[in-house]
Design a protein around this ligand. Sequence first.
Ligand code: ZN
Length: 185
Amino acid sequence: MTKPLANASLILYPSDTLWQPEKSESVINNLQQTQFIGDKIQNKNHSFYVGDKFLEQIAFMGCAPHIEFVANEENSKFCFIHLINLPTPQLFYSTKQARAPHCPVCKKAEKNWQQTLSDQSVIHCQQCNNTSPVETFNWRKSAGYARFFIEICNIYPREAIPQQSFLDSLKILHPVDWHYFYYCQ
Ligand SMILES: [Zn+2]
């Protein structure tokens, strides 16, 4: 099973929690055609350099982001893309700068969700006593639940935001809404 590779990432995922690509080659081809990803990185599994149009698809905040896109000896923390494909849906959540998820029924924050999480898939809200699937909670961009994720490695929370046109373009992989969150450990 693959996990996020970086301590800080911007991660994209489809709203269809059960979906995963039939063939990873077709996902790779599609993402290379839109030049979101470039060449495969030799010594890292399922990892790719950013493509030539990456900066048109991901907007960086601030006037001069110090983002490195190429690996070199001094810099192992360069920005690259990692594809995660899991046998079952999984919840990835930030432990740093984490935010309590909001219950879909009462809309209140459930601070003790890690204690009331069962089967990694439902959370019991102690405010209203309803149990709801994890993906129906509002995680405020600090967690995602899916089988397939596109991890943009070494991006810190709110350092970059995917363009809406780019999120829409991911519908070519699977025709549902795509979302994103910041993973920070
Ligand atoms: Zn509730």
